[in-house]
Structure formats: structure tokens, C-alpha cells
Design a protein around this ligand. Structure first.
Ligand code: MF3
Ligand code: CO
Ligand code: CO
Length: 297
């Protein structure tokens, strides 16, 4: 990754990539005495964002492949009659067998190795004795640490035969991630990502959860910046190559409001409506993006 060539693409009259809102020539270009500033240093100092270099990206990609393999393994076990704790056992054992660590286990007191969120559960469902029923929608969110690198992805599956509402919310959530990812390219902003998700979800009569957001990832589970799944075109931090973050829109069939259960983790829709989610770990490249947990949307 060549930082100098990246900064060369910013015009003197363009908005400064540091996000100040000033023109580049009045801001970082001036501060640096007319030389392109070191964006890596600027993004760290200004936003706390740690850009990833090629060896880091390869490490996250390998962790990502394990996450994908885990999700594929889990898919066959999403059937009516099973309890969610069986999914936890499968994810835990498969992760360890592959020389990795399940990031959720003991993370801020989370008691299990994977999040399993059924129907009205938005996210952070704790695997336990809930029995899957025919037609349930089941989100499985896997984060693995391999050789010190984190990758984070999730999918929503069907147990048995879904009804029309279940099909609808899952297909809209999937499309939301696809649209959010399409907005990821250098020069676009985080607001562009959120806007593309929110406008689509709301046009379909659904709502976007506000309390939980995507996040920088790779060196740690949750890094800066936060990635809201709502927002305004052109607002927020400008995307630059080397940023790695998740996009993970949680989309409700009804209202956006949520409630957290007494276990202090399980987030459910206040109105009891269905909620679905898809998540991938995304790298900003020189000319767009690359998923480090790629699966078909
Ligand atoms: N994997 C979730 C995310 O996408 C975070 C789960 S935190 C846990 O950010 F503690 F519940 F595992
Ligand atoms: Co995440
Ligand atoms: Co996740």
C-alpha cells in the first residue's frame, strides 16, 4: 500500500481527507507545508483508526476463511427440534480444532462462543435451551481469532419452511448488506454506507436498528470507527485504502426500537417483530472494496 499515491489523488479544492470539512489546500495540505501528509498517521491521530497493511490483511483473510467454513458447517444444523446450544458446541469445537479462538467467549462477560439470535432477537442471543421451530429465522454470528487476527461475519438461516414475513425480512437484510458494501470505495464516506442501507430498508417499510453498529476489526474485536447503518450522504469519515470494518445491518420488520433482556445481552424488538442481519468484514481497496469474509449475497 503506497500512502503517498493515495494522497496524490486528493485535489487541492477537494474536502480534506482528515474530515475537517475544510478544503484540502486550507487544511492538511497547508499544515504539511504543501506536501501530502501521512494519512496513516492522520487517521490514527484524528480517529484512532489503525489502517491495515498487506500482512495484516492476509491474516484477517485467513481468519475470515475459517469464519466462512464455520458458518457453512453450522448451516446444515439449523433444523427444527435442535436447541441453540448445539450450535454453540459445534462452533466452539470447530474453532478450537482449527487452532483459533472464539472471540465472543468471555468477551465482556459473554458466556458462550457464538451469538445465536432467533426471530425477534436482534443480536447477541446467548445459546441455550431454546428449541428451533419450523419457520424460525436464525442468525449465527461467528468471530474467530486466528494468529492474532479477528474476522467477524454472520448470516441468517431458515429452520424448516419460512413464511412470507420471514422470507421478506431475510431478503431485505441481505440486500441491505449488499448495498452497504457497494458504497465502500475510497472517497465515499461512512454516511454514504449508512444512507444506502437506510434508504433501501425504509423504502421497503422496514426499520434500521440504531443502538448496534458495524465496527473496525482485525487487530481487535471492536475497533474504531463505528459504522452506523443509517445516515446522510457525504457525512462522516472519508474511506481510504487499508481501512477494515464490518457492515452488519440489523433490520426489523416492524419498528426500530429494542429492549435488552435481564441477561444484559439479548436484544429483542420492542414490538416483537422479526429481525434479520447479515455481516461481512470489508477492506477498502485502492479502487473499491474486498470482502475478507466473502459469501454470495
Ligand atoms: N459478533 C458481534 C458483532 O458483530 C459481537 C458479539 S459480542 C458478544 O459485533 F460478546 F456478544 F459476542
Ligand atoms: Co461485528
Ligand atoms: Co459479528
Amino acid at each position: 500500500m503506497n500512502l503517498k499515491s493515495k494522497t496524490d489523488k486528493v485535489g487541492r479544492n477537494d474536502p480534506c481527507p482528515c474530515g475537517s470539512g475544510l478544503k484540502y489546500k486550507k487544511c492538511c495540505l497547508a499544515k504539511s507545508g504543501g506536501h501530502p501528509p501521512d494519512l496513516e498517521e492522520t487517521y490514527l491521530r484524528k480517529y484512532g483508526i489503525r489502517l491495515k497493511k498487506n500482512p495484516d490483511i492476509e491474516g484477517i483473510r485467513q481468519a475470515g476463511q475459517l469464519v466462512l467454513d464455520t458458518l457453512n458447517l453450522v448451516e446444515s444444523k439449523i433444523t427444527p427440534g435442535r436447541v441453540t446450544d448445539e450450535i454453540n458446541t459445534l462452533v466452539h469445537e470447530y474453532t478450537i480444532k482449527n487452532g483459533a479462538t472464539p472471540a465472543p467467549l468471555n468477551y465482556r462477560g459473554f458466556p458462550k462462543s457464538v451469538c445465536v439470535s432467533v426471530n425477534e432477537v436482534i443480536c447477541h442471543g446467548i445459546p441455550g435451551n431454546r428449541v428451533l421451530k419450523d419457520g424460525d429465522i436464525v442468525n449465527v454470528d461467528v468471530t474467530s481469532i486466528l494468529n492474532g487476527y479477528y474476522a467477524d461475519a454472520n448470516k441468517t438461516f431458515f429452520a424448516g419452511n419460512p413464511d412470507n414475513d420471514a422470507r421478506k425480512i431475510v431478503s431485505i437484510a441481505r440486500e441491505c448488506l449488499k448495498r452497504g458494501m457497494s458504497a465502500v470505495k475510497p472517497g465515499n464516506t461512512l454516511g454514504d454506507v449508512g444512507w444506502s442501507i437506510q434508504t433501501y430498508a425504509e423504502a421497503q417499510g422496514c426499520s434500521v436498528v440504531r443502538e448496534f453498529v458495524g465496527h473496525g476489526v482485525g487487530f481487535d474485536f471492536h475497533e474504531t470507527p463505528q459504522i452506523p447503518h443509517f445516515g446522510h450522504k457525504g457525512a462522516g469519515i472519508t474511506l481510504i485504502p487499508g481501512m477494515v470494518f464490518t457492515i452488519e445491518p440489523m433490520i426489523n420488520l416492524g419498528q426500530k426500537e429494542l429492549r435488552v433482556l435481564d441477561d444484559n445481552w439479548t436484544a429483542i424488538t420492542r414490538d416483537g417483530s422479526l429481525s434479520a442481519q447479515f455481516e461481512q468484514t470489508v477492506l477498502v481497496t485502492e479502487d473499491g472494496h474486498e470482502s475478507l469474509t466473502p459469501y454470495e449475497l
